[in-house]
Structure formats: structure tokens, C-alpha cells
Design a protein. Structure first.
Ligand SMILES: NC(=O)CC[C@H](N)C(=O)O
Length: 302
């Protein structure tokens, strides 16, 4: 595995320069584009890493999985009264479908759906940002994980589109808390800083029927785990979810910080990071690395 990860990084490195680092959040535009890392965490506790696997980066939309798991943990099936679990076929920050569908987002991994999930969590936790931080620390086994407030503030200053989605949903009665308060939480969740290894460990319960492979803690039931993985497989990469299924064939979740986490159920989780994105806002070299990995291990969920 170790040799395989190093050779995959060597093969995808030439793609650096062909994508574009996210710049609509100004603090992300400063991230050096030539970084590349990969980490694997096995259900047997084995850990493998190559490249910049321990460098911290902004998790961005990967945090949408943590928010969803918190909401399921509290509300179970009732959360689906507020949003769907269908692919959207639209960019992650699209407003068009939301108007047509009367403020009910297609799924929890596009921004509108994540904002509804954050609204649900806002009603539950006294200090939602601290609850999230502690949850992620527990999931990853790393008590040092922090939010980068420079990134959160930078996004808040350029957050008009997310605010528009939240207000549109409020106009349809599908948003219960103060919009600014929920946006503040959402931007802070997105600005969590983690490494590939932190994220691979944090997602390990999704490869292990709901139980964290490193702590033994049950996070979700096996049935809920199947459900979260299925939404990752159908919507984790927005309007590129079909292409990701076709090329990689694993449940995955991306973020505009350039990270992608993928789950090999029953075996391991993998996180790859390369900051340059393709037109859909997903890591260009990251997708290629995962495609090579799934080919080499000869395994996919399809
Ligand atoms: N796809 C992403 O990672 C988007 C997250 C980003 N914080 C936003 O709301 O636009």
C-alpha cells in the first residue's frame, strides 16, 4: 500500500498546474498549489501516508458529512422532512433548483442542503461551533483540530450567495433560526483545518459499519452508515457525482479546499488533497489519484 500511494502521487503530480485554486474565498487563493498528499486508514488500524499527508488544509464541504452525521444522530429519519437525498445535477452553490422546488434542497451535500442541516443543528446545540469541533476531534482522535478563523471571516465577507440561499429557504418556511447565526456556524465548519490523515481517520466509521476503527466508538448504526455512504456516492461531488462514480466507483466527498475523502466499505478510508480544482470545484489531481487507487486495488462499490 505504501509503495502504491507514493507511485500514485508521482503519476498525478504532472496534473498540477492544469487546475485552479478556489479564489472566491480570498483566504483560500493564497494556498500554494503544488501541495499533494494522500492518507489511507484501514479498518484494522493500519495507516499509510504519502506526500503532504500531514499538512493542514481547509476541509470546506467535506464538513457537510460531519454536519449530516450530527443531524442524523439527533433527528434520525425526521430530517428528510426538510430536504431530499436525490442528486441535484447542479453546481454546489446553485439557486435555480431551490426556487423551482419551493425551498426544499435536493440533498445535504449541496450548499442549500447543508445550510438546512446546519439550521437543524443550530436548534439543538448551545454552541454549535464548539459541538462540531469536539465531534471532529473525537472522530479523528486528534484533540488539536481547530477552525481557521481567517478563512471563516474571509468567506463571511464574500458569503452573499449562501445568504441568498438561506433567505430563499426562509421565505418558504424551511429555515428556522437567524440566518446570520447559521451562516456563521456554517462558515466555521467549512474552515476546520485538518490533514489527509485526520480526515481518513475521522471517516473510518463509514468504512466500518458505523464504528470508528481507531476508538471503537459507534457513531452510526450499520443502516445509517449505508445511507450516508449512498448519499456520498450519488451527491458527494455535486454535478460531477456521475463522473466520479464512473471513474472511481466509491462513495466520496469533496471540498473546495482541494480535499476528497473516499470510502472503501469494509476495508479502509482514503483522503487525497491537491488544492487545484476542476470546473466543477473538485480537486483535479485528487480525482485522478482516487481513480488510480480504485483501479490498483481492483475494487469499487459497483
Ligand atoms: N464545495 C465547497 O467546498 C463549498 C464550501 C464553501 N464554504 C461554500 O459554501 O461555498
Amino acid at each position: 500500500m505504501q509503495a502504491m500511494l507514493s507511485s500514485i502521487l508521482d503519476e498525478v503530480r504532472p496534473l498540477i498546474g492544469l487546475g485552479k485554486v478556489a479564489d472566491y474565498i480570498p483566504a483560500l487563493a493564497d494556498v500554494p498549489a503544488n501541495q499533494l498528499g494522500i492518507a489511507v486508514y484501514g479498518n484494522d488500524g493500519s495507516a499509510y501516508r504519502a506526500g503532504d499527508a500531514d499538512t493542514l488544509f481547509s476541509v470546506q464541504s467535506i464538513s457537510k458529512v460531519f454536519s449530516l452525521v450530527q443531524a442524523i444522530d439527533h433527528g434520525g429519519e425526521t430530517i428528510w422532512e426538510r430536504l431530499g437525498h436525490e442528486p441535484s445535477g447542479q453546481p454546489f452553490n446553485s439557486l435555480v433548483q431551490l426556487e423551482f422546488e419551493r425551498g426544499r434542497p435536493r440533498n445535504p451535500f449541496i450548499n442549500a442542503g447543508a445550510l438546512v442541516i446546519c439550521d437543524i443543528n443550530q436548534s439543538r446545540f448551545a454552541v454549535p461551533i464548539l459541538s462540531m469541533r469536539d465531534f471532529v476531534r473525537r472522530l479523528s482522535g486528534n484533540p488539536q483540530i481547530l477552525v481557521n478563523s481567517v478563512v471563516a471571516d474571509s468567506e463571511a465577507q464574500h458569503g452573499a450567495r449562501n445568504a441568498a440561499m438561506a433567505y430563499l429557504m426562509k421565505s418558504f418556511g424551511n429555515f428556522h433560526n437567524d440566518v446570520d447565526a447559521v451562516l456563521h456556524s456554517y462558515f466555521n465548519y467549512c474552515a476546520l483545518q485538518m490533514s489527509c490523515m485526520d480526515l481518513a481517520k475521522a471517516f473510518s466509521f463509514l468504512a466500518n459499519e458505523g464504528t470508528s476503527a481507531h476508538s471503537g466508538e459507534q457513531i452510526l448504526t450499520a443502516r445509517q452508515t449505508k445511507q450516508v455512504n449512498s448519499i456520498m456516492a450519488t451527491s458527494g461531488l455535486y454535478d460531477e457525482a456521475g463522473n466520479f462514480a464512473y471513474r472511481v466507483g466509491l462513495p466520496g466527498k469533496s471540498g473546495v479546499g482541494g480535499g476528497i475523502v473516499a470510502v472503501v466499505p469494509g476495508q479502509f478510508t482514503v483522503c487525497v488533497w491537491s488544492p487545484e480544482l476542476n470546473a466543477a470545484g473538485n480537486s483535479l489531481a485528487g480525482i485522478k489519484a482516487l481513480e488510480l487507487l480504485s483501479e490498483r486495488i481492483g475494487w469499487s462499490v459497483f
